[in-house]
Design a protein around this ligand. Sequence first.
Ligand code: HEC
Length: 135
Amino acid sequence: MNMKLSTLALAGVLAAFSLAVSAESLEERIQPVGKTCMAGDECAAAVQVADAGASASRSGEEIYQKCSACHGTGAAGAPKFGDKDAWAPRIAKGKETLYTHALNGFNGMPAKGLCFDCSEEEIKGAVDYMTSKSQ
Ligand code: HEC
């Protein structure tokens, strides 16, 4: 192989290489937004941590909005918000029992009221809010 040919070959390799690189970055660029950072990916971890930090400050009243689908209407036999008669026998069981039932579920009451990003403290806050407004 003479000098000219090997220079050409090298140029060819370089060109092929840079084509491959740009095709790769193009592929990255055209991926839909949701595909580039999935839940569970390292990139999403920061968001979840930030979320957990922010959620720690949500009030019972705020969390109650997630419970109101059932407790606002009495759906599925849920004790209705503000219904003193419905809540009195439940409140009589004691706060700890209500907390446990709200956290772990109780008959038609799903665990955490289906609020899976709610902390234990937030669920307790929502129980406090609901019961304090229903007695
Ligand atoms: C999918 C409907 C649904 C959602 C959402 C829901 N609840 Fe309930 N909840 C129920 C039902 C039904 C009951 C009554 C269960 C029973 O006594 O058999 C109940 C009962 C309760 C009780 C009383 C438990 C006891 O021992 O008497 C508490 C406290 C409670 N829910 C808290 C909450 C909180 C807090 C949330 C929101 C974070 C929530 N619930 C969201 C359906 C729901």
